[in-house]
Design a protein around this ligand. Structure first.
Ligand code: F6P
Length: 320
């Protein structure tokens, strides 16, 4: 291996820049030529590939987003797209490609590996929904951002004695919603992983809260659950408590990464280059048992993870 390429793919996440920096600096330390692919797989197909010097990644550690930009390519995952992308990597002399992204990006990386372009995946997504790892870069920052927003919404909700339905990102997974909900003292948390009886789990809880003298009712809804505006409407219709829906949206993806995300990005970035240097290719970097490890890509992508039932129960017990 002489040249390592790096790209960010899928939704951006705070800490991606810190991770690119770590990959580039570690790669240069071991004597590799480092190149960056702009705009993820979309840019790879178009040959948007440039040399990355130590200077080019200077001053980016604390910046949110990804300075190399990212994209969700529709043409890349096709058979033709994968072959073209692997060919383009060859044209620019890329021997190994480091992909920073989520599950979808890893599936693309796996396909590249199968057509002969070695890859290393680093988990970066605010959703924390990558099965092979306990933690994904960006998750902590997004949780903190969402929690701060909910604290603010609660101030106005209590002043007006309203119910606030707050939609949190996470695609099909409820990790973000569960932990943000628990940490901001939400009265109700709705997750896609859990079936809800609306009358028992939402209406009754809100009315019991009112009866015990509460003047705010925060309902955190994971985006995978469905329409939060409709949920707020139903709550108002049934309880008579004025309700508002707030979709936190892309706010949650921005901002300077927390120390947890910067540290994880640094360790995972270094680990990726160590793997290349030790000849361990087609790996996924993961955090398991608090340690940074690397796993075979095919095995990693076959893994499943789900929210622990006791975490959900715990959040429910202390909700009100
Ligand atoms: O995967 C990260 C994420 O922010 C999800 O939580 C969300 O469902 C999705 O990306 C939104 O994607 P986009 O920015 O393309 O609308």
């Amino acid at each position: 291996v002489r040249t390592i390429g790096v790209l960010t793919s899928g939704g951006d996440a705070p800490g991606m820049n810190a991770c690119i920096r770590a990959v580039v600096r570690a790669g240069r330390y071991y004597g590799y030529r480092m190149v960056g692919v702009n705009r993820g797989y979309h840019g790879l197909l178009r040959g948007e590939i440039n040399e990355l010097t130590a200077g080019k990644v200077s001053g980016i550690l604390s910046r949110g987003g990804t300075f190399m930009m990212t994209a969700r390519s529709k043409t890349f995952p096709t058979e033709e797209g994968i072959k073209s992308a692997a060919r383009m990597a060859k044209v620019f002399g890329i021997d190994v490609l480091v992909v920073i992204g989520g599950d979808g990006s890893f599936k693309g990386a796996q396909k590249l590996a199968h057509v002969g372009l070695p890859v290393i995946g680093i988990p970066g997504t605010i959703d924390n929904d990558v099965a092979s790892t306990e933690y994904t870069i960006g998750y902590d920052t997004a949780m903190n951002t969402a929690m701060e927003c909910i604290d603010k919404i609660r101030d106005t909700a209590s002043s007006h004695e309203r119910c606030s339905v707050i939609e949190v990102m996470g695609r099909e997974a409820g990790y973000l919603a569960l932990n943000v909900g628990m940490s901001s003292g939400a009265e109700v948390i709705l997750l896609p992983e859990i079936e809800t009886d609306f009358d028992r789990d939402v209406i009754k809880v809100i009315l019991e809260c009112r009866n015990m003298g509460k003047n705010h009712y925060v309902v955190v809804v994971a985006e995978g659950v469905g329409n939060s505006v409709q949920i707020a409407k139903r709550i108002e219709e049934i309880t008579g408590i004025e309700s508002r829906a707030t979709i936190l949206g892309h706010l949650q993806r921005g901002g300077s990464p927390s120390i947890r995300d910067r540290q994880t990005a640094c360790f995972m970035g270094m680990k990726a280059v160590e793997c290349v240097n030790e000849g361990r290719l087609n790996r996924i970097i993961a955090e398991r048992g608090g340690k940074c490890v690397d796993l075979d890509i095919d095995e990693a992508l076959n893994m499943k993870k789900s929210i622990a039932r006791d975490e959900i129960l715990g959040a429910k017990i202390i909700a009100f």
